[in-house]
Design a protein around this ligand. Structure first.
Ligand code: BAL
Ligand code: ZN
Length: 872
């Protein structure tokens, strides 16, 4: 496999003005007839170029004609993914008849049949598995699609746009529907669905008064789980009108839920296709976190209608143009709908745990990658989450008003175009008059910048100085880095904990770092302040400042920035957990610093704080985060120190945990609203501390919560605590009960698999192995692979990283198996093995040999090959 490079980009030699498709769906095969009106691109310098169409090797070409003239095999050549037609006129109609077998498509890219329904996934390069085409995002075409299928088994036939005609072929028991999408789009936004589906529907009037029908489709047994997605959609549409001035543009907006899906969801124009896990929700089957995920993903896909569809990407190197921006948009939406501080804590936790690890690993790449072998490998936390942070920094530097002006200009100027991240930044520069040329390095340089901050205070001059030094570690292909343009939001806390007034009387100031070393001076500071640095996590950096435990406690109780209050608590906990790890490694008895106990006690006693934030503050840094912070990951020490701290906190504060647990008992009917979600999150956290006491009375309490729960958050919370506890018989019993209750609810059973896969007790691998043979498991279903295999390998460090290497062997076997079935899923499974450099020498050797075994296992997909070869 060969890499392709951003620097080699050339405009397409041909354009496709209109695309007419007819799908004849059949049990044995599907026929795809395409009629493409094509012409040479006037913007292309190559006036004589042959026509080079994309077409996957699995396509069976039945007929090819140019402007009515049937071509014979001598007139074209197929090689790999290319169909080359030498002599074509400047303008012509290309007709193509292709045979495909969606029922055999286990890769779930292109058109596939699963669970008796047909659906598509074309981003990034799935359309070439449907028919021969210019499958690149800068080729935009107006699509008309007819879908024909058996009327009884596939009563619902959908595609992009608006339905314009339908009919039946009565003697054959078949019917057809024609859809027309007036907005030119690249092939990656094409979608088709055929199945026996039920739906809910709601009318929507846009701000300018247009009537739109909103429809969500699912299998009829899930019809009662669609209301939350519909409410979320309406909220998202209103929010985008208000905050970005963007309206919906077709007569109908459809979402379809499917159980076999590689991604979370897909923003196909007018016809979103969703993984069931991101759309179905009901109190009995769905946790609060999943309710919020549905709201966020529904919004994300809707927002793509502008940031992605109306204005799309020129090439796949620009993926973050739509993804980073859209993640920023959905994060702001969720912050407005729920708690802003909690949302920020969650996003930063993900970024610092998983994206920072990616940015420090062998697959590290810039937000705008310079090259790739397989683009599917670049749907990453870097492109999505770091990309969103980059957009957030522009928002911070410009302020909300100018940012809105910039987005208005961007949408207006580029509507109907395929553009680049540069075009986005240029619009922001033009409205603000700012020069963002140095800022653009965020798109080109990989790696997480480090900030080293020190300070001094001159009492006589009443002058306080902050010295900031930035650096960025080398990443693959980038040894040297230039200094970034970094917005560093700060506040200064006076002795009583109050914010000191800064420039213009504000209490938070955004310092702009542009050089390797800079000093910022604050005059008229009467006493030595405590700095609150990187407020709201104003830049995706690792900041080091020599802060004492006392100062962290001080910030935890006084910082006016909710995010930094939480972060001070995390930093304190990290510091203390590291001390415990040292004690564990030295074979000394572990002893928890009372500072953490006292700080937690104060937070638990403060009834004025939002319970959701209390729950976040009292959540110890995860094993994954502690691993990311380690130069060499000591799996056992991290696990033992964290378990010890949890139990010690539980013992010291059991009365408080119990009091708040009881006080937060559910009142009234379940709703996934911010107030109730906050209460449940703190209550379940209290229960987790109480369960750490390992007392039968607490077990009974957890079991009672499990039995009495009227919602999945409380039931699953109790279930996982019991299942992971040392009470073996009770754990088995509750898992058995849960399975029987929810046997028919696929998504719930996936959670049941995940809870068992993440059980840190010894023997987890054997249980995972056994579960792979369970009727609830199906290796062809990505959600099940993620729930069982991914969770075991990513969320059960002590078992996956067992010293004998059994976990690594298990994963290598699964990847070799999945490589044949579903390369995208296989490639994602590789992540934990790619991080081998962070472990001790014996584990490094075992992980490398597992990777080598995969590389030697035979024919690898591009997806798996790229990740394995770059990691070794
Ligand atoms: N475009 C792929 C799915 C998503 O990011 O919305
Ligand atoms: Zn997206």
């Amino acid at each position: 496999p060969r890499a392709i490079y951003l620097k080699d980009y050339q405009v397409p030699p041909f354009l496709i003005d209109t695309t007419e498709l007819r799908f004849e769906l059949g049990d044995d095969h599907t026929l795809v007839r395409s009629v493409l009106k094509m012409r040479r691109n006037p913007a292309s310098p190559s006036r004589q170029a042959p026509l080079d169409l994309h077409g996957h090797e699995s396509l069976e070409l039945c007929r090819l004609a140019i402007s009515g003239q049937v071509l014979s095999p001598q007139d074209y050549r197929r090689e790999g993914e290319s169909l080359l037609i030498r002599a074509v006129p400047d303008e012509f109609t290309l007709e193509c008849l292709t045979r495909i077998r969606p029922q055999d498509n286990t890769a779930l890219e292109g058109l596939y049949r699963s669970d008796g329904m047909y659906c598509t996934q074309c981003e990034a390069e799935g359309f070439r598995r449907i028919t021969f085409y210019l499958d690149r995002p800068d080729v935009m075409s107006v699509f008309t699609t007819t879908v024909e299928a058996d009327a009884r088994r596939y009563p619902v036939l959908l595609s992009n746009g608006n339905p314009v005609a339908s009919g039946s072929l009565e003697d054959e028991g078949r019917h057809w529907v024609t859809w027309q999408d007036p907005f030119p789009k690249p092939a990656y936004l094409f979608a088709l669905v055929a199945g026996d589906l039920a739906h809910i529907e709601r009318p929507f009037k846009t701000a300018s008064g247009r009537d739109v029908t909103l429809r969500i489709y699912a299998e009829s047994r899930d019809l009662d789980k669609l209301d939350h997605a519909m409410e979320s959609l309406v909220k998202a549409m209103r929010w985008d009108e208000k905050v970005y001035g963007r309206e919906y543009d077709l007569d109908i907006y459809m979402i379809v839920a499917v159980d076999f899906f590689n991604m979370g969801a897909m923003e196909n124009k007018g016809l979103n296709i969703f993984n069931t896990s991101c759309v179905l929700a009901s109190p009995e089957t769905t946790t609060d976190a999943a309710f919020q995920r549905v709201e966020g993903v529904v919004a994300h896909e809707y927002f793509h209608n502008w940031s992605g569809n109306r204005v799309t990407c020129r090439d796949w190197f620009q993926l973050s143009l739509k993804e980073g921006f859209t993640v920023f948009r959905d994060a702001e939406f969720s912050a407005d709908m729920n708690s802003r501080a909690v949302k920020r804590v969650e996003d930063v936790t993900l970024l610092r745990t998983a994206q920072f690890a990616e940015d420090a690993g062998p697959m590290a790449h810039p937000v705008r990658p310079a090259s790739f072998i397989e683009i599917s490998n670049f749907y990453t936390l870097t492109v999505y989450e770091k990309g969103a942070e980059v957009v957030r920094m522009i928002h911070t530097l410009l302020g909300p008003e100018l940012f809105r002006k910039g987005s208005d200009l961007y949408f207006e100027r580029h509507d109907g175009q395929a553009v680049t991240t540069d075009d986005f930044v240029r619009a922001m520069e033009e409205v603000s008059g700012r020069d963002l040329s140095q800022f653009r390095l965020w798109y080109d340089q990989a790696g997480t910048p480090r900030l080293h901050v020190s300070d001094d205070y001159d009492a006589a001059a009443q002058r306080y100085s902050l010295h900031v030094e930035q650096s960025c570690p080398a990443t693959p292909d980038q040894a040297e880095k230039k200094p970034f343009h970094i917005p560093l939001a700060i506040g200064l806390l006076g002795p009583g904990g109050r914010d000191l007034p800064l420039a213009g009387g504000a209490t938070t100031e955004v310092l702009e770092l542009t050089e390797t070393k800079q000093t910022f001076v604050f005059e008229g500071v009467a006493e030595r302040p405590v700095p609150s640095l990187l407020r709201g996590f104003s830049a995706p950096v690792k900041l080091q400042y020599p802060c004492s435990r006392d100062e962290r406690v001080f910030l935890m109780s006084h910082d006016s920035d909710g995010f930094n209050r939480w972060d001070a608590g995390q930093a304190l906990a990290v510091d203390i957990l590291r001390e415990l790890m040292d004690q564990y490694r030295a074979g000394r008895p572990m002893q928890l610093d009372c500072a953490l106990i006292d700080a937690f006690a104060a937070v638990l006693d403060d009834e004025a704080l939002d319970p959701a934030m209390v729950a976040k503050v009292l959540t110890l840094p995860s094993e994954a985060y502690l691993s990311e912070l380690s130069d060499e990951i000591d799996v056992e020490a991290i696990h033992e120190a964290r378990q010890f701290a949890k139990k010690a906190l539980a013992q010291a504060l059991s009365g408080r945990f119990e009091r708040r647990y009881l006080a937060l008992a559910p009142a009234g009917v379940y709703a996934p609203d911010a107030v109730q979600v906050a209460r449940r999150s703190l209550r379940n956290l209290c229960l987790s501390y109480l369960m750490a006491l390992e007392q039968p009375a607490q077990l009974a309490r957890a079991r009672a919560q499990y039995d009495d729960a009227d919602n999945m958050t409380d039931r699953q919370g109790a279930l996982s605590l019991i299942a992971h506890s040392a009470f073996g018989a009770e754990a088995d019993a509750v898992l058995e009960d849960f399975y029987r209750r929810f046997e028919r609810e696929t998504l719930v059973i996936n959670q049941w698999l995940a809870i068992q896969a993440s059980d840190p007790k010894p023997g987890a691998l054997a249980r995972v192995d056994a579960l792979m043979k369970h009727e609830a498991f199906d290796i062809r279903n990505p959600n099940k692979v993620r729930s069982l295999i991914s969770v075991f390998c990513n969320q059960n460090a002590v078992n996956f990283h067992a010293a004998d290497g059994a976990g690594y062997d298990f994963l290598a076997d699964r990847i070799i198996e999945m490589n044949r079935l579903n390369p995208q899923v296989a490639s994602r499974l590789l992540t934990p093995l790619t991080r081998w450099r962070k472990y001790d020498a014996p584990r490094q050797a075992l992980m490398q040999s597992a990777l080598q075994r995969i590389l030697d296992s035979g024919e690898l997909s591009k997806d798996v090959y790229e990740v394995v070869s770059k990691s070794l």
